[in-house]
Design a protein around this ligand. Structure first.
Ligand code: GLC
Length: 564
């Protein structure tokens, strides 16, 4: 089974070197030709929910700063902080009213600078969340834009006459429900908003908008930011003729007819904007991560750009669509991302997606399954982005009553759409009141599972999910095969065990993941392929290797160095 792999290694290695060289447009690369973000482990912090230093129930900059040692110890190299700029918080920060400051709820610019300094001391990069598609309706640009048809900022947003009096310009619906157009009686026109009405879309066809947005990224780079996660980049441009979208049948949670977002998403002009943002990023050796919802790898490739001149790390959300423990499905997805034209990025949950703990958990072996999933996305070739609390096995806690919901879409879409509060609950630091997140009642409730799944307790338990994450992340930083090795799938028809090699030069690491609830024993024919044994690097429960065989507990993991 391993017989072909040595021949393949030489060819794949040469190829991958060429690809890597092309990718590394940034000036600073390591001896192996990698840019810093290729070997870095990223960690998403939802600032409202991470750590509350002033005990007002909402997390803040100083809270994050106080947890940097924890993050360093975990093995994190970069934190992506979701929007922390001044905002009316209709969409919890994704409605920005000033791009060049920190929301007082989270602290001051000085607090941010302190965080950046402290992070730098520990070798942790700061990535901010840039929201280029829309602003808050309270942003002074929009306030001016709305003030009259001839205002200086009128053309910074998308204003149109109704189709006929009393009717919006076309049939486009907001992804958060209702028409994507809001009528403004003062100037007798409609403005366009893909998200909430309080989030008017900027007009990227206006060169002044483009220049201003590029300059904002520069402003933050100068303050020590190492890159951005770019919010909602698929939708920066709209068809100038505002053609109606095709209606596809059925209705969503808000009661709107489903439509194909043909004329308001993924327009080719998006790529010109991304090339511009990348040019600025390259001046600072920064990284751009994209919120890129794509239907296949061909579409994802467009976001890397020709010769990798757009996003270095467009997120592969297709991976998150494999919502069951299916070796076949994951094999397919991993093969696809390995064929992409750029460096892969792996995400298994975030602030918009139910936590992986519940998506994959069977209710009985959830902790084992959490370790299994960690072993998957942390041993693949590419950059992983952890979501806060994933390393603890935090669960999704969906509100049970509509009146408790904070996320507006959870109220308008109730009961079909309960919003995203469930995946945004406070970080679980210890067993104390409010899980040590705050001394005041937090903005979202702490689930009872905080008593068992928290940093303090899991740090002391060598078998905890947290201890396993730490072990894996340590391996990722030191093992050349896991960092740079090629991915080579094994036993491709196995329905229960997903297994692969990571091969670097003449060394290989074997990863075997039992995605079933029954014990498995797999023959890897190590001897026939010139290896004496597989030395355990990490394993769960009693999973182990003897001679040619690897024995796996239900949902067990074995990661081993092949030795001659
Ligand atoms: C992105 C964010 C999401 C937000 C939306 C509007 O999808 O991840 O949380 O609601 O953009 O800005």
């Amino acid at each position: 089974m391993l017989s072909k792999f040595r021949r393949i290694v030489v060819v794949v290695l040469l190829l991958s070197c060429a690809v890597l060289n092309a990718q590394n447009r940034a000036k600073t690369v390591d001896a192996g030709g990698h840019a810093w973000w290729q070997h870095a482990v990223f960690y998403e912090v939802y600032p409202r929910s991470f750590a509350d230093s002033n005990n007002d129930g909402v997390g803040d900059m100083n809270g994050i700063a106080s947890k940097l040692d924890y993050l360093k110890d975990l093995g994190v190299d970069a934190i992506w902080i979701t929007p922390c700029f001044p905002s009316p918080q209709v969409d919890f920060g994704y409605d920005v009213s000033n791009y060049e400051d920190i929301d007082p709820m989270y602290g001051t610019l000085a607090d941010f600078e302190n965080l950046a300094r402290e992070a730098k001391k520990r070798g942790i990069h700061i990535i901010l969340d840039f929201v280029p598609n829309h602003t808050s309706d309270q942003h002074p640009w929009f306030v001016d834009s709305k003030s009259s048809r001839t205002s200086a900022h009128r053309d910074w947003y998308i204003w149109r006459d109704g189709k006929v009096p009393g009717q919006p310009p076309n049939n486009w619906t907001s992804t958060f429900g209702g028409s994507a157009w809001k009528f403004d009686p003062a100037t007798n026109q409609y403005y366009y908003h893909y998200f909430y009405a309080q989030q008017p879309d900027l007009n990227w066809r206006n060169p002044a908008v483009e220049k201003t947005m590029f300059d904002i990224t520069r402003w933050w780079y100068k303050r020590g930011v190492s890159g951005f996660r770019l919010d909602a980049v698929d939708i920066l441009f709209e068809d100038p003729n505002l053609k109606d979208n095709p209606v596809t049948g059925g209705r969503n949670a808000y009661g709107d007819a489903y439509q194909e977002h043909k004329y308001n998403t993924k327009l080719p002009e998006v790529h010109q904007a991304l090339r511009g943002l990348r040019k600025v990023a390259d001046e600072y050796n920064a990284v751009l991560i994209g919120e890129t919802w794509t239907k296949d790898i061909a579409e994802l490739n467009l976001y890397y750009g020709k010769g990798n001149n757009e996003l270095q790390l467009p997120m592969d959300f297709l991976f998150t669509t494999v919502n069951k423990l299916s070796p076949a499905e994951f094999r397919k997805q991993i093969a696809a991302i390995n064929s992409a034209s750029g460096w892969p990025t792996f995400v298994i949950s975030n602030h918009d997606i139910a936590r992986s703990y519940d998506r994959y958990g069977d209710g009985q072996h959830n902790d084992d399954i959490a370790k299994l999933m960690a072993s998957l996305y942390l041993t693949l070739r590419g950059t992983p982005i952890l979501y806060y609390g994933e390393e603890l096995g935090m669960k999704t806690t969906v509100p049970t009553r509509r009146e408790d919901v904070k996320d507006p879409i959870g109220r308008s879409g109730w009961p079909k759409e309960k919003g995203r509060d469930g995946e945004r609950t406070p970080m679980q630091w210890d067993e104390s009141v409010n899980a040590g997140f705050s001394k005041t009642t937090p903005w979202l409730p702490v689930p009872p599972s905080a008593k068992t799944h928290n940093v303090a307790d899991e740090s002391k338990d060598p078998n905890s999910i947290l201890s396993f994450y730490k072990k894996l992340l340590k391996l990722r930083h030191t093992n050349k095969e896991l960092l740079d090795g090629n991915y080579l799938p094994l036993n491709q028809s196995d329905q229960k065990v997903l297994s692969y090699l990571r091969v670097y030069q003449d060394q290989a690491v074997l990863v075997a993941l039992n995605m079933s609830g029954t014990p498995q024993r797999v023959n890897f024919e190590l001897k026939r392929n010139g290896f004496a044994s597989a030395r355990a690097l990490a394993a769960t429960g009693k999973s182990s290797s003897q001679g040619d065989f690897v024995t796996l507990d239900p949902y067990g993991v074995f990661i081993g160095q092949l030795e001659r």
